[in-house]
Design a protein around this ligand. Structure first.
Ligand SMILES: [Zn+2]
Length: 243
């Protein structure tokens, strides 16, 4: 087991009847752990865990309870993911735009693997806050190493060779197959890029500005990148959740 510093917050409730954990939601916030706990306390929010840049793991809420981290959110038919998920916050002063510390990632991988194994969470349900709330949230940001984590058994990545196996070319249909809520297509497309094609996402040095300006409302996925979307949709379509 990962060594965990316990500092429980009272901001949680029971998971509704029948809501089993089947997703892992990854976040970042621009605070050190102790500051983040104070911010959560002020806002009456929580997450199950915080991982500081030095790799220290803090637990704020028991995994058996519903922590308050995701807010309004949708993914693969789930709505309001707090009830279905464990939430992990990473400390990142750049809001996930500068490389994450190796010690922090080591702790994240270890903790995530424990959670994924315990609840049998499907790879397609290891998600960014930005994936499940694409109009509202930019975290855990473009520097988050999704590909490396997928190689370590945390989440899902694509194989570009799969692109030609997908006949579908409609961006909204492909994004929906991955799991995105496509009611705002620009937001969903940009969230997809944050996760899979971060080079298309602008760096915003002003973290406070970024929090309120998550995506350009006129964003369209450039045509040359369509094969990456198709390869992802193929992979996410094949790796069906187990429940
Ligand atoms: Zn978040």
């Amino acid at each position: 087991m990962t060594k965990v510093i316990q500092n429980f917050l009272p901001f949680y409730d029971e998971r509704p009847n029948g809501a089993k954990v089947r997703a892992l939601v990854l976040h970042c916030s621009a605070h050190a752990a102790t500051d983040m706990i104070e911010v959560l306390r002020e806002r009456e929010l929580s997450s199950h865990y915080i991982i500081d840049t030095d790799g220290a793991v803090w637990q704020l809420v028991s995994e058996t309870k519903r922590a308050w981290h995701a807010g309004e959110s949708r993914w693969r038919g789930m709505h309001m993911l707090n009830q279905y998920s464990v939430g992990i916050e990473l400390c990142s002063l750049s809001l996930g735009q500068e490389t994450y510390a190796p010690a922090q990632l080591r702790s994240l991988i270890k903790l995530s693997r424990q959670i994924i194994r315990h609840y049998q969470i499907p790879a397609v349900n290891v998600v960014a806050h930005s994936d499940i709330a694409p109009t509202r949230k930019p975290d855990p940001g473009i520097a988050f190493p999704w590909r490396m984590l997928a190689q370590k058994g945390v989440g899902c990545w694509y194989d570009i060779a799969d692109a030609e196996k997908m006949a579908e070319n409609d961006v909204a249909i492909l994004l929906a197959q991955i799991g995105y809520d496509v009611s705002d297509l620009a937001a969903a497309s940009y969230a997809f890029c944050r996760h899979f094609i971060p080079s298309l996402v602008a760096i915003d040095k002003d973290v406070n500005h970024l929090v309120d300006n998550v995506y350009p409302s006129d964003f369209v996925l450039p045509q040359p990148y369509l094969p990456i979307l198709k390869a992802c949709a193929y992979r996410y379509g094949r790796l069906k959740p187990r429940r």
